[in-house]
Design a protein around this ligand. Structure first.
Ligand SMILES: [Zn+2]
Ligand SMILES: [Zn+2]
Length: 84
């Protein structure tokens, strides 16, 4: 398992399915399109439409093009706090 990137910040999250472990599969929260409290990715950084993500479950690291995918991210914990 890879180490978690030192730039990973739990307050910067993205909600995308992890291509390695698919940790959101069978989760009703994820499938409903909500920002699941359990399943999210570290948003390491972004360059234009390209984002660099790391999965906190399996430490898989990958990039995604946000201009052509269904993705959600937040740079703050405000959303999380509101829900709990
Ligand atoms: Zn994963
Ligand atoms: Zn979930």
């Amino acid at each position: 398992m890879l180490p978690i990137d030192p730039h990973a910040d739990p307050s910067r999250r993205a909600w995308l399915a992890c291509p390695a472990c698919r940790h959101g599969d069978d989760c009703p929260e994820c499938e409903s399109g909500r920002n699941c409290f359990v399943h999210w990715q570290y948003l390491i950084r972004n360059e234009g439409p390209r984002v660099f993500l790391q999965c906190p479950t399996c430490a898989h690291w990958w990039t995604a093009d946000t201009s052509q995918s269904d993705w959600r991210a937040t740079a703050s914990t405000a959303l999380q706090r509101k829900r709990f």
